[in-house]
Design a protein around this ligand. Structure first.
Ligand SMILES: Nc1ncnc2c1ncn2[C@@H]1O[C@H](COP(=O)(O)OP(=O)(O)OP(=O)(O)O)[C@@H](O)[C@H]1O
Ligand SMILES: [Mg+2]
Ligand SMILES: [Zn+2]
Length: 325
């Protein structure tokens, strides 16, 4: 179901000198040849440690574009305005790595566990004249301005929570919430589903998984049914030998459907994925808290370089991805 578009982009809405909408500029063309802008609300629905997040709706440059009318989040820096694209570069690079690994992981476990639509970068084009008014009604810190760089990502509606913990699920907002059901079916998901028709195993060491060790010997992930949720982080190390993708957050709309993710965190050997990248310490911390299960127990783990007097820190990972570092 598509969210009813608040307003469409063309032409600009004005009432005399008054600007009605908050809106972004059109994005660059994505890999499906589509471009989007977002109209967004007058105040953020969340202000956290780093970001102020606005709910919005995507407007395609054409009405037939696949995500036209879908709900989105316009992510802004909370305490200042991003004045260059570079400010979002680590965030977008993490998203690209995630986007690359998720279809591979889904294939390797034989089902579509996760779906992920990477955010796009754009600028604020127009600030509504009503923003100041709404600030009185709903006080908030963020003061965005035209030309500020922002990223736009899918809005995840139901039961947003941390997914990859070995402990019971906790809603990221301190409780569950479900406003309505969003059954967005992005083209990414569809194409990924098609390319994932094959059965298991992309990775060499996943060939013998499930066969040698009874599942009962492994502690289970949060709902005892989905070891895939915790195995994904281990998989990212196994595949790359350079980083772990962690802090998986998102939700699924119904039982059996894939978990939609927002951009996670990467801890890398080169510590090159922005300020949330804790480098080797982050990777060590990940493995300290990670409990292997039937999917990932055979995969190599991070080894501290000094441990065996070699420069290597990788065991048993499959062919490296092309990383920028
Ligand atoms: N794409 C999204 N769709 C729906 N809700 C989202 C989305 N992204 C983030 N949120 C909500 O906003 C909260 C904060 O997001 P995020 O962690 O990215 O920002 P932050 O500035 O680091 O905030 P915090 O300090 O609270 O962690 C999430 O816990 C979630 O409830
Ligand atoms: Mg956060
Ligand atoms: Zn593991």
């Amino acid at each position: 179901m598509r969210y009813k578009a608040l307003t469409h982009n063309f032409p600009k809405k004005r009432m005399g000198l008054i600007q009605v909408d908050n809106k972004t500029e059109m994005s660059d063309t994505d890999r499906w040849g589509e471009r989007y802008a977002a109209n967004f609300e007058f105040f953020p629905f969340h202000e956290g440690g780093k970001y102020s997040l606005y709910k919005g709706v995507l407007n395609g440059s054409s009405f037939v574009h696949s995500r036209h009318g879908h709900m989105c989040v316009v992510r802004t820096l909370r305490n200042r305005c991003a004045e260059s694209e570079g400010e979002w570069e680590p965030y977008l690079r993490i998203a690209r790595e995630t986007e690359k690994l998720i279809p591979e992981f889904n294939c390797s476990v034989g089902r579509k566990v996760f779906s992920f639509v990477a955010p796009f970068l754009t600028c604020v084009e127009q600030k509504s004249s009503f923003v100041s008014l709404f600030r009185l009604w709903n006080p908030h810190d963020k003061r965005f301005k035209p030309d500020e760089y922002v990223v736009v990502e899918p809005y995840i509606q139901c039961h947003f929570r941390r997914l990859d913990l070995n402990t019971p699920a906790v809603d990221a907002q301190g409780g569950s919430h479900c406003e309505s059901h969003n059954v967005e079916n992005s083209r990414t998901e569809n194409s990924s589903a098609k390319s994932c028709s094959s059965k298991k195993s992309v990775s060499p060491s996943s060939k013998n998984k499930n066969s040698l060790v009874p599942a009962s010997l492994f502690p289970q992930s949060q709902d005892d049914a989905e070891p895939e949720l915790t195995a994904f982080g281990h998989y990212t190390w196994h595949r790359s030998g350079k980083f772990v993708v962690t802090n998986l957050r998102g939700a699924r709309e119904q039982e059996g459907s894939p978990y939609k993710l927002v951009t996670p965190t990467i801890h890398s050997v080169s510590r090159s994925y922005g300020e949330t990248d804790d480098g080797a310490a982050g990777i060590i911390d990940f493995f300290d808290h990670h409990v292997c299960n039937t999917i990932c127990y055979a995969w190599g783990k991070y080894e501290e370089p000094n441990a065996n007097c070699t420069t290597g820190h990788v065991t048993q990972h499959s062919s490296s991805l092309n990383q920028p570092d």
